[in-house]
Ligand binder design. Structure first.
Ligand code: FMN
Length: 404
């Protein structure tokens, strides 16, 4: 049964009271943190605004038509691909143009061995980039063709993984226009959502984006969402206890938006949903060492659980059968879902910590009642103000040209 829209809860509603208490606690921490931060901030944080060398960044816009010159057309396709989401904004991709085709290649220097030992999230990120490229090609009147894993997963030991080869031919029809328009507007939104439900029409539209190989499971009742929130909270704490995971956090957590723009990648604590002084506490939980780590870890798990609880709905992408290309196809499915959500005016945020380990996957599978399937990615959905775009290294920095 679809959840009915409920008007704003009255003061007698215990959930409303809990929300108010959470807000009060946040305000308290904001006041407390304001004083603490002034003394404890590392100098790099304080002087982050003093930008020095800047990498060329990709603009968050795309041409309406495919550029006529072949070189510009390739650059435009890569430009669409790299606006895709990626695990920790690591952008683990390179693009090789060869004889009229583009190869989408994993950049092994941009993977997270602690958080992503089997490279599933890196492959999903490549899948999301692939999907953007296909959506753009179709919207520009092209018929794209894809060959997945042309050299397989293991056929070239030591060589970088080639996720896919993409070719394109002009056709009469322009397709995927609404998804294309959403490429530059899509954001991973880590704000607290309003808790308002998703309509049955929106839910059907999101479902229709997911291909046959992948399944989308849905939770929208408060008890189900609370079960999933507990699984996420446990997984966040367990994951951040692992020193290899914390080393990845150290490498990809940025001190400010300015720091992220200077490096062209990574995420700030705020972009993960821990804003203001709360971000300072979150940093203590995510980074290695530090006096407050033990305390801030529990707090981090709790806050992440609260973000999940405030969702309008949760979507879990699973694979009934695992194949070599499952993670890539799951990334494509996730990106179509995110683009569709954007075009419907919905906020969405993937939460990967819960599908990172066997224990996390078992916990979230139980919460959704999908014991036999492989959980791939959890996505929370809801309503919230949008967030600013995060930086992308420019197309020219990630493209190599073999034969024109
Ligand atoms: C496979 C995958 C896993 C992700 N996991 C998380 C996550 O656990 N938490 C989160 O806040 N964002 C997650 N993200 C979103 C990225 O942080 C986000 O894409 C990146 O910071 C760029 O920001 P944007 O999506 O707004 O462009 C994930 C994205 C992908 C593709």
């Amino acid at each position: 049964m679809p959840k009915k829209f409920r008007p704003e809860s009255g003061p007698s509603d215990s959930r409303a009271v809990f929300r108010t208490l959470t807000l009060d606690r946040r305000r308290f921490l904001v006041l407390l943190g304001g004083a603490t931060i002034a003394t404890a901030m590392p100098p790099a944080f304080a002087w982050a605004a003093k930008a020095s060398e800047r990498l060329p960044l990709q603009p968050w816009s795309l041409p309406d038509l495919m550029p006529a010159a072949p070189h510009d057309a390739v650059a435009a396709l890569v430009g669409a691909a790299i606006l895709a989401p990626s695990h920790w904004n690591s952008q683990p991709w390179r693009f090789e143009h060869d004889d009229g085709q583009l190869r989408l290649v994993l950049d092994p220097a941009r993977t997270l061995p602690g958080c992503d030992p089997d490279l599933r999230f890196a492959q999903m990120s490549l899948g999301a980039a692939l999907e953007n490229m296909l959506v753009a090609a179709r919207a520009w009147g092209q018929q794209p063709t894809v060959q997945y894993l042309p050299w397989g997963l293991t056929s070239r030991p030591g060589a970088p993984l080639v996720a896919a080869t993409v070719g394109w031919q002009p056709t009469e029809a322009r397709r995927d226009g609404a998804l294309f328009a959403a490429i530059a507007a899509r954001r991973s939104n880590a704000r607290t959502y309003e808790g308002r439900g998703i309509t049955i029409t929106e839910r059907a539209a999101l479902h229709s984006q997911v291909p046959e190989e992948i399944r989308l499971h849905w939770l929208e009742d408060k008890r189900g969402i609370a079960r999933a929130a507990n699984a996420v909270s446990d997984a966040v704490v367990a994951s951040a206890r692992d020193s290899r995971v914390r080393a990845d956090h150290q490498a990809w957590l940025r001190e400010s938006d300015g720091d992220a723009r200077r490096r062209g990648d990574g995420v700030t604590a705020e972009r993960l949903g821990y804003d203001g002084p709360l971000g300072w506490v979150a940093e203590r939980g995510l980074r290695p060492g530090g006096h407050f780590r033990r305390w801030s870890l529990g707090w981090l798990g709790h806050e992440t659980g609260e973000l999940v609880r405030a969702s309008g709905a949760l979507a879990l992408l699973t694979a009934p059968r695992r194949t070599d290309s499952t993670a890539i196809v799951a990334g494509q499915a996730y990106e179509r879902l995110a683009l569709k959500a954007t075009s419907l005016g919905l906020a969405q945020q993937p939460l990967s910590a819960v599908t990172q380990s066997e224990a996390g996957r078992a916990g979230i599978a139980r919460a959704f009642g999908v014991g036999n399937e492989e959980p791939l990615l959890l996505v929370r959905l809801g309503h919230a103000r949008t967030v600013p775009a995060s930086p992308r290294r420019a197309a020219a920095l990630v493209t190599s040209w073999h034969r024109a």
